[in-house]
Design a protein around this ligand. Structure first.
Ligand SMILES: [Zn+2]
Length: 188
């Protein structure tokens, strides 16, 4: 089996995606997410890669630890094209100063690999999700926060013009609910 057992091609979710070339078992190590380790104190030097970005702006940064980010926007990093899904089949694990993508479940051949980008709520309206899974939240946000999005969208009083106020409130709720730093990866 060629390693890594993946190939990049056009995705039905967004832009370029990463697909399995062979069946992959749950727990299997799939591919390293390569990048440049940068101190958070220098992140302002590459502002386009350390936030969740705008819908048209690619962002390929993982938070490694409280002091460092990993900027994956380098040529030799096909893993940067892994899309977000609300029912992801992979996860990123930080191991010995490297970041690896592992299978969360059994993945058949010719299946798109996906992870949870774990975005915060702060600008979720700018990041619609097109993962096409039955439980898609409609927006790219971290799994523990999706119930807040569903609750808000289900409110009959919800009006688009109130979105700004609403998501500010949600962002405050989020800070008390989640501590995990987001993977801020946003393929084109
Ligand atoms: Zn989705």
């Amino acid at each position: 089996m060629p390693y890594p057992p993946v190939v990049t091609r056009q995705s039905n979710i967004h832009g370029t995606g990463v697909f399995s070339t062979h069946a992959i078992l749950a727990g299997e190590r799939i591919i390293e997410y390569r990048g440049i380790r940068i101190p958070k104190t220098q992140s302002h030097l590459r502002p386009e890669t350390i936030t969740q970005g705008s819908p048209d702006q690619p962002v390929f940064t993982f938070t490694l630890d409280p002091l460092h980010n990993l900027d994956g926007d380098i040529p030799d990093n096909p893993a940067k094209f892994i899309n977000h899904s609300c029912e992801e089949n992979c996860e990123a694990i930080h191991e010995n100063n490297q970041l690896w993508i592992f299978a969360k479940k059994d993945i058949p051949a010719e299946t798109e690999l996906t992870i949870d980008y774990a975005f915060s709520l702060e600008s979720f309206f700018e990041h619609p999700c097109h993962c096409h899974t039955p439980n898609c939240t409609g927006y790219i946000v971290a799994s523990p926060l999706r119930h807040l999005i569903r609750k808000m969208l289900s409110q009959s009083k919800f009006k688009p013009e109130s979105r700004f106020k609403k998501y500010k409130i949600l962002a405050c709720m989020e800070r008390s609910e989640i501590r995990r730093e987001p993977i801020t990866q946003q393929p084109v």
